[in-house]
Write a new protein. Structure first.
Length: 125
């Protein structure tokens, strides 16, 4: 397993990200801090190859009926753990890389560890 220090914890505070380009000679990765938990995901959307990691962080939305119906409650789950591609708004789970629009698509994710003040990404060498 190969490892690389991508920055200091203080450089990526909760709710923020750091995009590392290139990463392994490719388009890069985004490292996200969601309430103190770090995630790393490839910076290419598998839909149309957009810059995935520049997208908005959001959550999963759920409703029993269309939200336009009076009295329907909208709930939000996994707030800050869902990444929305800026090009076509496709969403991906940061923890699994799973696409929430097309379950046959997934984006690569990488293990992240905090060692002292270093944020370390691990990947297959």
């Amino acid at each position: 397993m190969a490892r690389v220090v991508v920055g200091k914890v203080s450089e990526i505070p909760p709710g923020k990200r750091k995009i590392i380009v290139p990463f392994r000679g490719k388009a890069g990765i985004g490292v996200f801090n969601v309430d103190g938990k770090f995630y790393a995901i490839r910076n290419i959307c598998p839909h149309k190859r957009g810059p995935l990691c520049t997208g908005e962080l959001t959550g999963r939305f759920d409703a029993e009926a269309p939200p336009s119906i009076h009295g329907v409650t909208l709930s939000v789950d996994s707030l800050g753990e869902i990444l929305r591609c800026p090009w076509h708004q496709w969403t991906f789970d940061l923890s699994t890389g799973q696409c929430l629009v097309d379950d046959t698509l997934r984006v690569a994710i990488y293990s992240v560890k905090v060692e002292g003040d270093d944020v370390v990404v691990e990947y297959d060498g």
